[in-house]
Ligand binder design. Sequence first.
Ligand code: ACM
Length: 635
Amino acid sequence: MKSLSLLFASFWMVAAAVSQTTSDISIIPQPVSLEKKTARFVLTNQTKIVADAKNADLQRIAGYFSSQVKTATGFTMATAPQTVKTNVISFTLNRTADKTLGKEGYSIDVTAAGVQVAANDPAGLFYAVQTLVQLLPKEIESKSVVKKTSWVIPGVHITDYPRFAWRGLMFDVARHFFTKEQVKEFIDDMVKYKYNLLHLHLTDDQGWRIEIKSLPKLTEVGAWRVERTGTFGTLTPPAENEPRTYGGFYTQDDIKELIKYAADRFVNIMPEIDVPGHSMAMVASYPELSCTPGSYHVSAGEKFMQWTDTGFYALVDNTLCPANDKVYEALDKVFTEVAQLFPFEYIHMGGDECAKNFWEKSDAIKQLMQKENLKDMHEVQSYFVKRVEKIIESKGKKLLGWDEILEGGLAPNAAVMSWRGSKGGAEAAKMQHEVVMSPNNNVYIDLMQGDGAIEPPVYKTVLLKSSYQFEPIPEGADPKYIKGGQANLWTEQIYNMRHAQYMTWPRAFAVAESVWSPKEKKDWNDFIRRVEAHFGRFDVAGIKYAPSMYDPVFDVNKEGDQLKVELNPQIEGLDLYYSFDNSFPDRFYPKYTQPVLVPKDAVTIRVISYRGKEPIGRMITMPVATLKARADRKK
Ligand code: ACM
């Protein structure tokens, strides 16, 4: 009897130890396989690193890890020979027999004696380091030494590798300029979540951001505009002779430095030169490249596109002229230099949202159509893209473009980035072209992540849940053509790095999991648990994130003469409290349980969410007039 109770007692002790460690494990993206162990490893100031001294990659990756450990713990991790087996973190290349790991996979074994990290290739070791850091307490993210009694790594055996080879984030450095150091910061954050591709959107109507030595005006003129702050599309155009004080660009040395910085972290940089639309900065620099003679300026964010129910047109011609040979000569110069700078195999040529209304009026375009037997403006753009493809291929690179390049006929070898939903990706895959999925309804992280009543205004909303639902293989598509997926951070409305972080996180956690983790491993509620753990890590690291998932989304309908408001929490386990009397609700106010009628004469509904007794969401003040306008629009 006694021995039986002892057996039970030890069983419960072991079980408690396991559950204690599991609740501490919050890895994003979710690994392929994670087995928990009872033993755990405690990192101390005596812990040593074991890594082959003759292998430069291994040394660099181990150094990356030990420098983060040193910053947060103050421990200087000495190296030890392979014969040392206790109190070590050992990094090994090519010791694994597990071929499923591929180039980017890894395994981690944590025992009381130490941590064994193994991979086939350096990239795998680098991703193992990211996981290892996430296994340590959140204080490991600190930028200064934290006096902590115990740096515990829970006992685990992890085997992990990515679902997709293309795991991208796009950073628009054209609409607002972000410095070289800020781009490095962006890279530092993305690699923690195992992204491996930085798509730099380098040119647009609001700025040209890369030095092209053979076309100096691109940066002398195109990189600078008048400074404006406010809402994109409503800003004031420049006055005559107003100084162009806002902007910047990367010199070719800057670009080389960024490429090296990224490569050291296993990130490729893909440049985008967005043509023939979105080209106002290029046209302002070289007006002879337009079909429409005139003088141009780099856009300050004023209204110059008109969106309609059926499409859009330009109020000012912001396109390159496909009928002008000078355009192809200029692009040859641009792509020669871009191809020499960037080792990545693809160059993105944009191709999106090109207004055709000025082309329709151009005699040169009419002549081109006759000569080349082009029947509409889509075929004119397709003619342009095919010529650009030849230029890009002549530099030894492959062309990638937004899904508009399908219109009028896809260039022979072009890869397609599908952003207007998944349709373009499915179509291109059917035609046996390579595809990267970036559907705006899931992965456009420039869009609002909650109700417009609380979020900084942008065109529309993409909730965290929609990002988590991102499935990179479009229905019916042959997976072999889908290279992967990426989230896009456009910056029309992003003026600074803190806001860039707010927009990126946590939705980029969701996209990371969609492109790295096995589909069947995704679990929304568990993801939210892990997101909250990573919020804690970001708090320590001083990285901004959006707490929008704690706020409800409003819906409204008319019921007779009254408005009926529905509040939809984004995650489970929250209580919503509200007021109609203009005062600030707390948990002693009415609790929302079902849609509520707006009382006659009320001017606001204020709502706040709680978890238990703690306020967790932000105080949202929704004007009744806004609700009424929304209900009217629905009719
Ligand atoms: C795009 O969002 N215009 C590609």
